[in-house]
Write a protein that binds this ligand. Sequence first.
Ligand SMILES: [Zn+2]
Length: 64
Amino acid sequence: MADENFDEVEETTVETFDVNYSCLRCGTIVSNTELSRLPEIKCICGFRVFTKVRPPVVKTVKAI
Ligand SMILES: [Zn+2]
């Protein structure tokens, strides 16, 4: 029989997740670290609406 001690296996990965945002008007990609440095959330073009750019999920999906 196999031991099932999975309780302490959980690893804490403290990693700064760099989320990128894309300006809805000009498409400029800004990271959240850059945005947090700005006095206000605003693109270089002056637009203030951003969409979150998701990092590509590395996942192998078999097409059936
Ligand atoms: Zn812009």
